[in-house]
Design a protein around this ligand. Structure first.
Ligand SMILES: Nc1ncnc2c1ncn2[C@@H]1O[C@H](COP(=O)(O)OP(=O)(O)O)[C@@H](O)[C@H]1O
Ligand SMILES: [Mg+2]
Length: 298
């Protein structure tokens, strides 16, 4: 694995507010890495530090295994909350200005306009764009010069449902090209839908971290038992809607594929002549913790 970003024991204070507390995590090449947390949990502050916009109080971070430099900065594209473009200039003209600033030839502009599906509107003035198109132009601007990493801060804030779906799909498409993505969001479903990995923040502190499928696993866990646990296990193994089976004392702990219910499982077993003596759904404690956490400040 190649580490793209490594953050170690980062701290940031604004007066009495400890915005980022001893934060450490690694982003590996190819990750779509979500930083998930409610408003005020320190996401933007963290991004601002790693983009060298503000200084940390203590701690360190490295890009591509090296001390941050002008060279490493060139490999990073960032789309922060409010894209700034000239309203009376066309999409192409705005991107030319950005290419000039980055010192990149204009021939990259065609490519990025295609990526964000704005090529047919390239000669329209920025002020005529919908909010979603403005956001896509901001992504195009960040893609100029082929960065290895793209950073998004709340990429779908303020967009309508169509715009939200378009931006999420675009992020997934960009990631499929091998670009590492770091995405800050207060939306659980946004991280679930777009990210491979996640770190969850609350008041500047890391609560959980790992693969989205592990950390944000919200499939039901079901306990079952019958008078013959071994026979039950054999029968459950034959059910193709089961993703995981564990034996715990006289119980089987089973995970089902999304959309499969305890009724389906029970029905399958009854058809095999097995009567359950026990069936309960275990509390989705992690999910509930998240939902509580993420709605706290709304
Ligand atoms: N420039 C600033 N001055 C003072 N406090 C700030 C400033 N920026 C952020 N904060 C505070 O730091 C905390 C983290 O903010 P922020 O990083 O913006 O969180 P998030 O992006 O997760 O919503 C919040 O309590 C916020 O009010
Ligand atoms: Mg923020």
């Amino acid at each position: 694995m190649e580490t793209v970003l490594s953050i170690k024991n980062l701290n940031k204070k604004y007066g009495k507010i400890h915005a980022v507390k001893n934060l450490s995590f690694n982003v590996e090449k190819g990750n779509v890495f979500g930083i998930l947390g409610p408003n005020g949990s320190g996401k933007t502050t963290t991004l601002s530090i790693i983009l060298d916009v503000i200084n940390a109080k203590s701690g360190s971070y490295s890009w591509f295994g090296q001390y941050p430099s002008k060279e490493s900065r060139k490999k990073i594209g960032a789309i922060l909350e409010h894209p700034i473009f000239y309203p009376y200039l066309t999409a192409v003209k705005n991107l030319e200005i950005i290419a000039d600033i980055k010192g990149i030839k204009y021939n990259d502009i065609e490519r990025v306009l295609h990526t964000v599906e704005l090529h047919d509107r390239r000669n329209s003035k920025f002020k005529t764009f919908s909010y979603g198109m403005k956001q896509r132009l901001a992504i195009a601007a960040a893609l100029i010069g082929k960065p290895e990493v793209l950073i998004f801060d709340e990429p779908t804030n303020g967009l309508d449902p169509k715009g939200i779906a378009e931006i999420r799909e675009l992020i997934i498409n960009i990631a499929a090209k091998g670009i590492t993505i770091i995405l800050a969001s207060h939306l659980l479903d946004e991280v679930q839908k777009t990210c491979s990995h996640v770190t969850v923040l609350k008041k500047g502190e890391k609560l959980f971290a790992g693969k989205v499928n592990d950390v944000l696993n919200i499939s039901d866990t079901i306990e079952i038992s019958s008078n013959n646990i071994d026979m039950l296990k054999l029968a459950v193994k034959e059910y193709d809607k089961v993703t995981d089976i564990k034996k715990e004392l006289d119980l089987l702990v089973v995970n089902l594929k999304e959309g499969t219910t305890t009724f389906d499982l029970n029905n399958f077993l009854v058809n095999k002549g097995i009567i359950l003596s026990h069936l309960t759904v275990r509390k989705k404690s992690l999910e509930q913790q998240f939902l509580g956490l993420l709605t706290e400040n709304e």
